[in-house]
Write a new protein. Structure first.
Length: 209
């Protein structure tokens, strides 16, 4: 009887020690290795927010429509290092305009506002031809890089209707992204002649306003 009591006590002690060791082992695991429903918590947090604190946009770009000579790696304030993408219209589209995006880590993080309704040019400029130039320049003195784009369109009107005609577009930076400076854009297009439309002339005009 005494022997049975001793064996029972030994068994209880062994189980207690085993439980204590298991608890210590569990507490030593780093939190990022914990999982919930098979999803790694660390990875889940990484994809739920981007580096600039905004969720990634569910936008997929067709690589064939990216205009490589007018798409650039650049540094833009709180966005950090990003890729500015000029994105041409789909083949055969009716009056679709060019569009612009910021990409980071292979994902679209910002879509620039359209000028025309539904990104159409029929009430604005004619048919999109090409992006002539892109510049990143602070135009309003707030120490944030703004984006200036010169875009060529074919109007089909007049003797030189098939010749590309340039129009400027200006996006002003703010803390949330970029806004289309429609009034400033129209002002530049109204006061700089097409033959003089260049980044240098745009800078000079805005500086003297």
């Amino acid at each position: 009887m005494k022997r049975k009591v001793i064996l029972l006590a030994a068994a209880i002690l062994t189980l207690s020690l085993a439980a204590g060791c298991q608890k210590q082992k569990d507490e030593s695991l780093p939190r990022e290795s914990e999982t919930t429903s098979g999803i790694d918590i660390k990875n889940e947090e990484a994809v739920s927010s981007s580096d600039n604190g905004s969720p990634g946009l569910d936008v997929k770009l067709d690589e064939n429509r990216i205009i490589p000579e007018q798409s650039f790696l650049t540094e833009l304030g709180d966005w950090g290092d990003v890729r500015f993408v000029s994105y041409g219209p789909a083949a055969g589209s009716d009056f679709e305009d060019v569009s612009f995006y910021l990409m980071k880590n292979g994902k679209v993080v910002f879509v620039f506002p359209y000028y025309g309704e539904n990104n159409k040019t029929d009430q604005y400029a004619g048919l999109f031809d090409s992006v002539e130039a892109v510049a990143f320049h602070d135009v309003n003195g707030d120490n944030l890089k703004d984006v200036i784009v010169i875009i060529n369109y074919i109007t089909g009107a007049g003797p030189q209707g098939m010749e590309p005609r340039p129009k400027a577009r200006i996006f002003l930076a703010d803390k949330k992204g970029f806004i289309l400076a429609r009034d400033l854009t129209d002002d530049v297009n109204d006061h700089i002649e097409e033959k003089d439309m260049s980044m240098g002339h745009i800078y000079d005009y805005l500086k003297n306003k």
